[in-house]
Design a protein around this ligand. Structure first.
Ligand code: THU
Length: 158
């Protein structure tokens, strides 16, 4: 057997103003999108915004339900909405942020495994990677140029 290593690449920023102008605007949309979260059970408000290749912005927020598994993460709300409304338009970038009103979130929230899987298939469908920008409450964050850096070895079905 042979041992392999895998390298992932991402960028770190201290302030959203370090992002490109378009990505800065997208980050602002994601922060605003978290306002529409319906999260009475977790108190965890997530916003996700997509910029499509045609310049359109699609926003999503997490939507919970008293039957817990019926709820959906912000990322998938945005991705599935984009897929249903603009099936032929590729995504260029995605911004994600979260906050817990009344209590400061110290960490930068990373998307859950299920959302990463949907991101991976979206990138595969559109045949191009899209940038993923994770924004912390202090405006700091991480940038991944491709879901491959967040979810190596994603499930694929031929
Ligand atoms: N949530 C998201 O919207 N995105 C993630 O990447 C992780 C978790 C939501 C689901 C649920 O409404 C709440 O955050 C707590 O898990």
């Amino acid at each position: 057997m042979k041992k392999n290593d895998l390298k992932i690449t991402y960028q770190v920023f201290n302030n959203v103003q370090e992002l490109t102008a378009d990505d800065f605007v997208l980050a602002e949309y994601a922060i605003k999108a978290a306002d529409t979260a319906y999260a009475p059970y977790s108190g965890f408000h997530v916003g996700a915004s997509l910029r499509l290749k045609n310049g359109k912005i699609v926003n999503g927020s997490n939507q919970e339900n008293s039957a817990y598994p019926s709820g959906l993460c912000a990322e998938r709300v945005a991705l599935f909405y984009a897929g249903s409304q603009y099936p032929d338009t590729a995504i260029e970038a995605m911004a994600i942020t979260a906050r817990t009103p009344g209590k400061k979130l110290k960490m930068i929230v990373k998307p859950c495994g299920a959302c990463r899987q949907v991101m991976a298939e979206t990138a595969m469908r559109q045949k191009s990677p899209f940038r993923i920008i994770l924004i912390g409450e202090d405006g700091n964050g991480l940038v991944f140029e491709s879901i491959a850096d967040l979810l190596p070895f994603s499930f694929e079905f031929e």
